[in-house]
Design a protein around this ligand. Structure first.
Ligand code: ADP
Length: 581
């Protein structure tokens, strides 16, 4: 494209130069011929008519041109290269007509006399009607050959200029334009994010230095971007591995940033929180209120929201909002931390229930003790028939109170995991035998048969003896308590693929199906009055459950109302080396 433009420019320039030269040559030749014509006219002045032909020939030789003398009427009086008499009327020749009019006339045209192209210049004295017109002429081919020389010179000059230009542009391209192009492309690559780009150029001049600076800039950029990327990855790893949901919201409540936990806590499916107002994704009025309070927040604010929009399960979410802060870009953002507080809430409620239950449970025996004591003090103590049963009632309630307190302490020790953690290898056969022996009398007194089915081999478990004894006691006491006279209680010790089993089966009243899953809850009783009458605290099975869990096992219950119940503690078999130790 550029080469074509250069060639076109050079062609136009050479044509213009030729045109200008041609004009100049023509003007020069015309001027020269005019001078010669004037000289010839001066020399021919007042020549005798018979000698004019001879004089014209002489003058033509001196002037080096063809010379023609023409009268004003157009008759050729003499011509240096033709016979005047044979020549036609020249009054119509343009140069002659112009000379008569203006004193000098010129014309370029074909000569019918000489059959050649000629340049004619004619002169005369316009004011003298008798003065002849002196015309000189040179063949055009003389000028053409000179023009050809000029044309050749122009062509050579132009060709030289073209080649020189070509060479110059090659040098420019090789040493300046191409390297600039290479650096420009590399810079564009860099801008597009290709930080590996490197310019290879073995030059020691300023350009080499520029390329060196460019490469080190690329390296520096790569380092910085690498560092930023590492920081970003670290941040996003931290954010994505946070258990809490983290949101960055603007003053209008639109989410700017959300971590994985926030997305999974607040939305379902493949929706996203980012870029949308939070109220659009989380349709909870408390959250709307929290967002609208952001501009006035002075210190972090925490709210708990019960969320039933996420399915049938009750869920409690905790939101902590920080006051708005100004970013480096001058925007106002706030951080929201979200966590699933369902379990915390449940625990809180359980604790509150527990405190209420404990207070209630303690209050009942205490109230009766104080009532009996008051009655005795009011004078009943003097009445023999009343004193003894009242004191007995006080004793029963005190025992109950003490059992309650000891059960509560036991349970809290088991739940908190503090206290005596020592364990030893014990044969569960022996544990069960001791338990049966302890309760045989009570069972017999109630008319309930107490049977033990030991395993043939020792069933050694790693247990805390006190806790496990307490658990088994609770099961056996319950079984005896809830089995009517004539029934039986069977305690079995077994080793199975499922682990080591301690089973207590009775033929008692049984437990309704809907209550079966709740009997392990603290203070849960199927029949409150009956339990109290039997001296129960409502904590026995809760203790059994915690002992089993603490030993890495579990407790299950099966029951049929009117037929009986079976409670089973499963424990893991100890590891062989632990058994040896
Ligand atoms: P309690 O001190 O009342 O016995 P537990 O926690 O030991 O408290 O038992 C909770 C409830 O489970 C009891 O009140 C009773 O209703 C029921 N229960 C426990 N064991 C048996 C059993 N072997 N047969 C029938 N009901 C039972």
């Amino acid at each position: 494209m550029n080469t074509a433009a250069v060639i076109a420019f050079l062609v136009v320039t050479s044509l213009y130069l030729e045109f200008e030269f041609k004009g100049l040559m023509f003007r020069e030749a015309t001027h020269d011929l005019e001078t010669r014509a004037n000289l010839v006219r001066d020399n021919l002045n007042e020549q005798e008519p018979d000698k004019i032909q001879e004089a014209v020939a002489r003058q033509a030789q001196v002037a080096g041109t063809r010379v023609t003398v023409i009268s004003r009427s157009g008759i050729v009086r003499a011509d240096s290269e033709a016979i005047a008499e044979e020549m036609d009327d020249h009054s119509t020749r343009p140069e002659v007509r112009q000379a008569i009019r203006e004193g000098v006339g010129t014309s370029e045209r074909y000569s019918h006399t000489r059959h050649l192209d000629f340049l004619y210049v004619a002169v005369t004295e316009p004011d003298n009607p008798n003065a002849d017109v002196i015309r000189v002429a040179v063949p055009q081919k003389v000028m053409s050959s000179r023009l050809q020389v000029v044309r050749d010179t122009i062509f050579i000059t132009v060709a030289f200029l073209f080649l020189a230009g070509l060479a110059l542009s090659f040098v420019l391209a090789r040493y300046i334009v191409r390297p600039i192009e290479v650096v420009r492309t590399a810079a564009q690559d860099l801008a597009r994010g290709n930080l590996d780009v490197k310019v290879e150029m073995d030059r020691r001049d300023e350009f080499g230095q520029l390329v060196g600076a460019f490469n080190s800039m690329g390296r520096e950029l790569q380092n910085r971007v690498g560092q930023l990327e590492a920081n970003r990855r670290e941040m996003s790893t931290i954010m994505d591995n946070m258990a809490e949901g983290l949101l960055l919201v603007d003053a209008g409540g639109t989410v700017i940033l959300a971590n994985r936990a926030a997305e999974s806590l607040l939305i379902t499916g493949d929706k996203t929180l980012v870029g949308r107002p939070l109220w659009e994704s989380v349709r909870l009025p408390e959250v709307d209120e929290l967002l609208s309070s952001l501009p006035n927040l002075q210190e972090p604010r925490r709210i708990w929201v019960e969320d039933r929009t996420h399915g049938p399960q009750r869920r409690v979410l905790a939101f902590v909002a920080t006051p708005l802060f100004e970013t480096a870009q001058g925007e106002h953002h706030a951080v929201l931390l979200i966590s699933d507080a369902t379990e915390d809430q449940k625990l809180l409620e359980m604790r509150q229930d527990f405190v209420a239950n404990v207070s209630h449970e303690l209050k009942t025996p205490l109230t009766s003790i104080s009532a009996y004591v008051e009655t005795l003090l009011d004078g009943a103590a003097d009445d023999e028939s009343v004193r003894a049963p009242f004191l007995k009632k006080i004793q029963t309630n005190s025992t109950r109170l003490s059992k309650l307190v000891s059960d509560i302490l036991n349970l809290s020790r088991l739940e908190s995991g503090t206290g005596d953690e020592s364990r030893q290898h014990l044969d569960l056969n022996e544990l069960a035998t001791a338990c049966i022996n302890k309760h045989r009398e009570t069972a017999e007194g109630k008319g309930v048969k107490l049977n033990l089915h030991k395993a043939a081999q020792p069933v050694v478990a790693l247990v805390n003896e006190e806790d496990m004894t307490e658990a088994l006691d609770n099961l056996v006491v319950n079984a005896i308590s809830y089995t009517p006279q004539g029934g039986s209680v069977d305690v079995s010790v077994r080793r199975t693929d499922l682990g080591l089993l301690l089973e207590v089966e009775d033929t008692g009243c049984g437990i309704p199906e809907d209550a079966l899953s709740r009997v392990f809850e603290r203070f849960y009783r199927v029949d409150k009055a009956r339990s109290r009458a039997l001296g129960g605290t409502g904590l026995g099975l809760a203790i059994v459950k915690h002992v089993a869990i603490k030993h890495g096992g579990r407790v299950d219950a099966e029951s049929e109302v009117g037929k009986g119940s079976r409670f089973r503690i499963s424990l893991p078999a100890p590891q062989p080396q632990a058994q040896r130790a």
